[in-house]
Each structure stands twice: as C-alpha cells, then as structure tokens.
Ligand binder design. Structure first.
Ligand SMILES: NC(=O)c1ccc[n+]([C@@H]2O[C@H](COP(=O)([O-])OP(=O)(O)OC[C@H]3O[C@@H](n4cnc5c(N)ncnc54)[C@H](OP(=O)(O)O)[C@@H]3O)[C@@H](O)[C@H]2O)c1
Length: 475
C-alpha cells in the first residue's frame, strides 16, 4: 500500500466549515506529521480565487498550537505551499476535469489516493457525487495502492425517505465502504471516552443495567440563539440539528452492549442493535419549545421569530425534551431523556447517569436515606468525569452528604492538548478507521425513531411552548 501520496479535495472550500474547521485540522495534522509525506490539498468551489488568494483566505484560521515557537511560520509556509485552488460549478464534469489537470500538475496523481471532503450544503451532495463520478475521478475503494474515500457531514436528509434518496445518489458513485458520514460529535474527546469508561473499568460493567441505573439524561445547551444565521436552522429545527444525530449517537454509546472487539463493525453492529430496540417516538414522548425575547448576562436578545433570517410565524423548535424507551432486557423500565436547547442559560453538554437509591439502606435508620449516586460525563465545556458519592461529614455525628469525585480534565491533563473533533475524524478517514462514522443501517435506524414524530409536528403545525431566552428552557 502506498502511504506516501494523498490528494485531499475540499469541496465548498470558500465556505465556513472549510475555513474554520477543515483546513485548520489539516494543518494541525500536517504539523504533527500525521499526514502522508506527499499530501496535497485542493480547494474547490464556485468563487474565483488565485492559489495565492485562497491561501490568504485560509491562513487567518490556522493555528500553531501543536508547534508553538519558531517552527510555526515555517510549518505554515510548508503547508500553504501544498494548498491549491480550482474554481468551477458543482454540476460540471468539465470543472472536475480541470481539477484533475491541476492535481496532475501539482501531485503524483497516478499514485495518490483521493479524499473528497464535502463542505457544501447537503442539497449539492448528489450533484457533486455525479460530477466526480462522470469525470472519472473516483478510484475504487481500496484497489492496490490507491483508494478514494468521500466524507459527508450531517444533515443526512430530513427524514427516512430523503435520507434514503441521498444514500442512493451517493451509492451510484461510491460504495458504502468509501462513504464516511461524519458526526463531528463522535470525534469529541469525551464522547470517544465513553467506551473506555464503560468497558475498560470492570467496576461499571455489572452496574450498567436497569437493576442499578434509575435514569439517564443527556443534556445539550447553547447560550446563543441563531443570531442572524437562522436560514439553515429554521428549515431543520433542534431535533434534526442535534438530537437525531449527535445526541442519539451518544445515547447509543452509553446504552449499547459490549462489542465483541474494538473493530469498527463490531461497535457499529452494537449501536444498530441498540437503536433498533428504541421504541419509535410518539407525540407524547416529545416536548418542543422556542425562545422568546430575553436577557442573558445583561445582553438583550430578540425572540427567535424576530430574527431577520427567521419567518415571523415560524414553528421551528429551538428546544426539545425527548423521552426514549429502550425495549431490551438491559434497559427495560429505565427512562432515557435527551434535552437540547438553543438560547438557554449556559453552554453545556453532558450525560447524567443516576443510580438507584434504596429505602432499605441501613443508613435510612439515621432519619434520611442516602441520596442516589450519580455519574456525570461532561462533554463540554470543561471536559471531565464526576462521580457523586455519599460521604460522612467529618465530626462526631453520623452526618452524610454528597461529595464529588472529580476528574476534571483541566486539572488532570494540564499538559495535554485536547484535539479538535475534526482532527481525530479526518485522521480516522485516512487510516480507514470507521468506528466513529455512521453506517447506512445506523442512519436508517436513527431516522426510523424520529421520522413519524417529525412528520406529526409539521403536518399538525404544533405550536412550540415559549421560554424566555437565557432561561433553562423546559429542562
Ligand atoms: N459551518 C460549520 O461549522 C458546520 C458544522 C457542522 C456541519 N456543517 C455542514 O457542513 C456543510 C458546509 O457548511 P458551511 O457552513 O461551510 O456551508 P456554506 O458556507 O453555506 O457553504 C459552503 C460553500 O458551498 C457553496 N454554496 C453554498 N450554497 C450554495 C448553493 N445554494 N449552491 C451552490 N453552492 C453553494 C459556497 O461556495 P461557492 O459559492 O464558492 O461555490 C459556500 O462557500 C453543510 O452541509 C453544513 O450543514 C457545517
């Protein structure tokens, strides 16, 4: 296998995702020596830039956090020297032939593998796949020394049917093994750590079931609203934006059975099995809300519907609380909730696992039973794991109260840089590590849980309940 030559094509290179996330992550990997020796980076979009103008555009967001000091300028120049730009229309195979010519000029194209990163709106996924296919740019999945892989980012459709159509369009050009559906949440350090917490610590294995766990809550909040960027969000809403994908994936990692090994397909098999045992949601399982005007930290924020990029009568939920039921032996009877809100009091993403309390505990004889233990996995900000335990207050009396065993990453791992999720995920694509990418059957199972209730909310024009911006929604 030739591991030295790689061409990475970023489609939609003029956009936000490419500039803020993809090129900075590629640069970080480049600085750390994780990319193949002869890696070349090709931006493609409709906007017209010279190579130099394109390099200037991406430079502002490159950071040297892995290589502080003098090597930074040199590293940056070396990286930028490998970046090139081609403009063209997404539906034109001629434009992609021009890209091929550029690749031939700047790289060892007959030996290089090809990674196509789709940093474009999802409406263009099928069109671009067809143009890339028609222009003959796609090599087979893993043929001899070279491969072609494609990375797409959610939203993968709006419901089961549109997601299936997207899959069909892509599969006309790429086989499933070549498609990497990125859910950038799965690249986050603490989300990757869920498996380690659960399966590397023997103490948790026997406890991880309905007999010991009373409930699981997954909470996600942002203390900002749409702030003039409501177009995409207003079309999708909070359930499609974060719940059906990021937060459901977290739930699957928390609740799945132990995989037979760390192999990607063993992990994904377990996630699919778990998703298929979740009951399809009904309207009774879902509460929706929308933020009205409010004040946060002295800042007045207008109501969601008053944002100039949102329709005055928008019914799009900015908050939801979803109650999920897992119908299997491990979890029967345990409520799993996912709460997610924009415009709430704080930016927060965490998993709370509450264990059962017992009213026959011997300490109940002191007048009050000990409160339940709770394990909290904080995904962001301030990554950490906290276990609430009951402890005796020092003193002559038998007073107990809850204390926190605290593994805060900013104290425990002061020296370590937590990588950006995109860095981990792009490296996984290059290394053909698929555990953190969504397989087709996983995507189908996720949509099957949410599609009926999403259709119900839209067809019946269900009014979201209002909550003032900067409060806790209906958490
Ligand atoms: N931004 C993020 O942080 C983020 C996070 C998670 C997921 N995503 C997903 O990643 C994708 C890209 O995000 P983005 O924020 O970079 O998107 P974007 O800025 O809206 O679009 C990227 C580029 O695509 C081209 N484009 C946009 N709309 C088009 C249209 N209607 N027809 C043809 N070309 C169009 C534009 O380039 P040209 O006009 O030059 O061709 C634009 O610069 C989206 O699917 C988004 O949902 C983004």
């Amino acid at each position: 296998m030739n591991n030295n030559d790689l061409n990475i094509v970023v489609l939609g290179a003029s956009g936000d995702l490419a500039r803020k996330k993809i090129f900075p992550s590629l640069f970080s990997l480049f600085c750390q020596g994780f990319l193949p020796k002869n890696s070349k980076f090709f931006g493609f979009s409709r906007s017209k830039y010279s190579h130099e103008e394109f390099r200037e555009k991406i430079t502002a967001d490159l950071t040297c956090r892995y290589t502080p000091g003098e090597s930074c300028a040199e590293n940056m120049q070396n990286f930028l020297d490998c970046c090139f730009y081609q403009n063209g229309n997404y539906d034109s195979s001629d434009a992609f032939l021009n890209l091929y010519e550029l690749m031939s000029e700047k790289s060892n194209v007959s030996k290089a593998s090809r990674l196509f990163y789709y940093a474009i709106p999802p409406s263009l996924f099928g069109v671009v796949a067809k143009s890339i296919g028609d222009s003959g740019l796609v090599l087979c999945g893993s043929c001899g020394e070279q491969w072609s892989r494609t990375v797409i980012e959610k939203p993968f459709g709006r419901d089961r049917a549109s997601s299936d159509r997207l899959t069909e369009e892509l599969s006309a050009v790429f086989i499933e093994e070549q498609i990497y559906r990125i859910d950038h949440y799965l690249g986050k350090e603490m989300v990757q750590n869920i498996q380690v917490t659960r399966f590397a610590n023997e103490i948790f294995k026997p406890l991880w079931r309905a007999q010991h766990i009373a409930r699981v809550d997954i909470v996600w909040g942002e203390d900002i609203g749409v702030e003039g960027r409501g177009g995409y969000f207003d079309d999708y809403g909070i359930i499609r934006d974060v719940v059906q994908n990021h937060l459901l994936q977290i739930l699957a990692l928390v609740a799945m059975d132990e995989p037979a090994s760390l192999a990607a397909n063993h992990i994904r098999d377990q996630k699919v099995k778990l998703l298929r045992s979740i009951k399809v949601l009904t309207p009774e399982d879902v509460v929706i809300g929308q933020y009205s005007a409010g004040v946060l930290n002295g800042r007045k924020v207008e109501a969601y519907r008053d944002d100039p990029t949102v329709a005055d009568d928008s019914l799009t939920p900015t908050f939801t609380k979803v109650q999920l039921t897992i119908d299997n032996d491990r979890w029967r009877g345990v409520p799993f909730t996912i709460s997610a809100g924009k415009g709430v009091a704080e930016k927060l993403s965490e998993i709370r696992i509450k264990f059962h309390a017992s009213d026959s505990n011997i300490f109940c004889s002191t007048g009050a039973c000990p409160p339940p233990n709770e394990l909290i996995i904080r995904i962001q900000p301030n990554e950490g794991i906290h276990l609430n335990i009951v402890n005796k207050k020092p003193g002559v009396k038998m007073d107990f109260h809850t204390e926190k065993l605290d593994l805060s990453y900013n104290k425990a791992y002061k020296e370590n840089i937590i990588p950006d999720a995109y860095e981990s995920l792009i490296l996984d694509v290059i290394r053909e590590e698929k555990a953190l990418f969504i397989r087709k059957d996983e995507l189908e199972a996720a949509w099957d849980i949410f599609t009926p209730v999403l259709h119900y909310l839209e067809e019946n024009k269900v009014e979201p309940k209002m909550y003032p911006f900067g409060t806790n929604g209906m958490m």
